[in-house]
Design a protein around this ligand. Structure first.
Ligand code: UD1
Length: 315
């Protein structure tokens, strides 16, 4: 029986990964989360099928015993958001850099076979060339991007210096069910969903012509599981995107069409630290991990919208 540990397992992506691991039925699943941004309700219905530990990756002593002898550690615990890392850089620095170091150190000490690390497309930052290839030099534009990139470097060095298998995945703007729309730092699609269902116009920062490779959470879960198992990839980093590119204006237009309403967006000033365009080249992930995204943006948006419609909480 394999033992899988998911740090950040009560988060939006982590809880989707936990469900996929349970659906496979190939091992025990352990959630490590401090419930700062993760939420117990994301694990609703899984009681008795998973181990849940409230622990903080910033504290080595707390996490070291939990990671011991795991087959795979999926390290998804993080404080996300580019603007949050600018407004309040200390917590995200401590969680995203120190926490990642502690997870890698505990995994190496505890005989873990492989760590899959959730890196970020923000590492490409200001560079203009599209689509983004793994071989392009990083140009981080925010503390968040620096933090996530530092984690990647640490993951690679733990593979080369400490004999720990690691794989980093640069997630590209993930969206889907259970993404929390309630904070100003929430992912834009979750905010759009809430606005749509409440018939309020969203605020788009800048002209709305910035673009993102919005990636449905089920595709991200799929590549994450592949990264845990693929042979010969330790120490490497891969883009984990859908491979497309959509402007915010186009996404909001599509959502209005799906819902059959007209609700023009409001426009505000551009957001500091914002990247203009982002799109993944997924050739390497297809070649080495056998990854092929299954969800078009429209299909992913429809599924996500249905989830928010059925699970809406009062704002
Ligand atoms: C960045 C990373 C992403 C990472 C995420 C973690 C890039 C290209 N992507 O996402 O991989 O997972 O951080 O937090 O760096 N916006 C609005 N109105 C809103 C909210 C956002 O217009 O109410 C705009 C933002 O200015 C931005 C876009 O929507 O242009 C996407 O923002 P967001 O969802 O916060 O993600 P990124 O910062 O792109």
């Amino acid at each position: 029986m394999s033992r899988y540990v998911v740090t950040g397992g009560a988060g939006f992506i982590g809880s989707a990964l936990v469900r996929a691991l349970l659906a496979e039925g190939s091992g025990e699943v352990v959630v490590v989360d401090n419930f700062a941004t993760g939420r117990p309700e994301n694990l609703h219905g899984l009681n008795g099928r998973i181990e849940i530990h409230r622990a903080d990756v910033r504290c080595y002593q707390e996490i070291e015993p939990l990671l011991r002898r795991a087959d795979v550690v999926f390290h998804l615990a993080a404080i996300p958001s580019v603007p949050r890392s600018i407004e309040d850089p200390v917590p995200s620095h401590e969680t995203n850099i120190d926490g990642t170091f502690h997870v890698l150190r505990a995994a190496a000490a505890g005989g873990v076979r492989r760590v899959v690390y959730a890196a970020s497309s923000s590492a490409y930052g200001g560079s203009e060339a599209l689509p983004k290839r793994e071989t392009m030099p990083p140009e981080p534009k925010s503390p968040y991007a620096v933090q996530k990139l530092t984690g990647e470097y640490y993951a690679a060095v733990f593979a080369s210096c400490f004999g720990l298998e690691t794989v980093s995945l640069r997630y590209f703007n993930v969206y889907g069910p259970r993404q929390d729309p309630s904070s100003p730092y929430s992912g834009v699609i979750s905010i759009f969903m809430r606005c749509l269902l409440e018939r309020r116009p969203p605020t788009i920062f800048g002209d709305g012509e910035q673009s993102r490779d919005f990636t449905f959470v089920e595709d991200v879960v799929d590549i994450t599981l592949r990264a845990a198992r693929a042979p010969g990839v330790s120490g490497r980093m891969y883009n984990a995107g859908a491979g497309g590119r959509h402007t915010l204006n186009a996404v909001w237009r599509t959502l209005q069409q799906i819902e059959g309403i007209a609700l023009p967006a409001v426009y505000g000033p551009p957001r500091p630290g914002d990247v203009r365009h982002s799109q993944a080249d997924i050739t390497a992930a297809a070649r080495d991990l056998g990854y092929s995204p299954r969800f078009s943006l429209e299909e992913g948006l429809r599924r996500t919208l249905e989830w928010y419609r059925s699970n809406r909480r009062p704002s």
